[in-house]
Every structure is written in C-alpha cells, then in structure tokens.
Design a protein. Structure first.
Length: 221
C-alpha cells in the first residue's frame, strides 16, 4: 500500500486528489496539511511514501518544506512531488533543487496523476517529459556552483557518460542499452554518481549535471 500525504492550502484541491487516491486499491491518503509547517510535522510523524506538495502556501512555502524534509536523514524514504499550476515555473526548479523527486501540473489527468505517484513511490523520478529537462536547463544556468564542478571532477569517465544520459531523461534500462552494459551495472554507476555528487535522487543528479556545466542546454533535447 502506497501511503500518500496531501499538502495544499485549498481544501477542495486536497479533497479532489484524496478521492482519486482513496479509490485505488494500492494507495491511501494518510494525512493532510494546509501549510508547510504543518506538513513537516505531519510527515515526521507519519513518514508517508509520497508527499504531494503545493508550492505557494501561506507561512512556510512548499519549497522550504521540501528542503526540510529532504535534509532530514530520518525521512530518506519520503518522496516529494511538487504541485504547480503551470509548467514553466521557476519555483518548480527550486523545488527540484530542494529535493523533490519531480513535479505535476495540477490539471494533469487522473491516469497520469496516479501513475506519477506509483513511479515516485518505487524510487524513480519524474524526469521523462521534455518539459522537465527544458525547465532544469533554463533555470540551472542562473545558479552555477563551483562545488558541483569540483564534485563532477571525481566521476570516472563511465560515470560521466551515465550522468549525461540520465540528464537526457534515459532510464537505467535505456542507459544500459546505450552503453552496452547490464541494467545492474548502469544502476551501480548511477548510484555511485549520486553518492559522489551528493544527489538525493535522479532529479537532483540532473540539476547538478547542468549547474556544473557537465551538460549544457540543447545537448539532450
């Protein structure tokens, strides 16, 4: 059973998402919060598998709440999906940078919405849509990090190849096919790269790839 927490300052939004989730046999809503402070407390108490996190809320916003969750070593199993009202949103990038596993537009159809929850609960990131890569490419240029450049220098040649392919939206299976290696080998390289770069998940790995200059806009479109 996938345990989901809903965080949004609009009760009707929470009710709508909640009815979709509770109608599924493999997932359930285990708690709701109307702001970031309440969300962090709820998540520390309940430790859900997936959090649907609105960005703009009174008081503590969704970005800072996500950052607090992602930085808490006791909450490493919690995966945050950022909710937004439109795709080209700088705050979405900041949410991904803070530690979210991906994002959803609030008017996403029900089938895609439920699929996203299952994908993130399984430990994957919502990176496939080209819009995600364009978003990261656009906004990461504004926050280049010397630390990331130093960290990237510690990667082996094969690890660099894997990171570049992941930044292109490829799954472990697709990376394995591209490099003529096994899926387990591709996954090992990805995990080692995340460890070296201090990335919580694949979404942060892609952001670091752009911020460090390892990948540049247009390379993976």
């Amino acid at each position: 059973m996938i345990r989901v927490a809903l965080v949004d300052d609009q009760a009707l939004v929470r009710a709508g998402f909640g009815s979709l989730i509770d109608a599924e046999d493999d997932m359930q809503v285990i708690g709701e919060a109307a702001d970031g402070e309440e969300a962090v407390q709820l998540i520390r108490c309940t430790r859900p598998d997936v959090v649907l996190m609105d960005i703009r809320m009174p008081g503590l916003d969704g970005i800072e709440a996500t950052r607090r969750i992602a930085s808490d070593l006791d909450l490493t199993s919690v995966h945050v999906i950022i909710l937004t009202t439109f795709e080209h949103d700088e705050y979405v990038f900041e949410g991904l940078r803070a530690g979210a596993a991906g994002f959803l537009v609030k008017d996403t159809d029900a089938e895609e919405f439920l699929r996203a929850i299952r994908v993130v609960a399984a430990g994957e990131s919502l990176l496939s849509p080209a819009i995600t890569r364009r978003l990261i490419a656009e906004f990461s240029l504004r926050s280049r990090s010397a630390r990331h450049r130093d960290d990237v220098a510690t990667l082996t040649a094969r690890e660099r190849e894997v990171v570049i392919l992941i930044a292109g939206g490829l799954s472990n299976e697709e990376v394995a096919l591209q490099l003529f290696v096994s899926v387990s080998t591709a996954k090992t390289h990805a995990n080692r790269s995340m460890a070296k770069l201090g990335a919580r998940d694949r979404a942060q790995l892609v952001i670091i790839a752009y911020e460090s200059g390892l990948v540049r806009p247009g390379w993976v479109e």
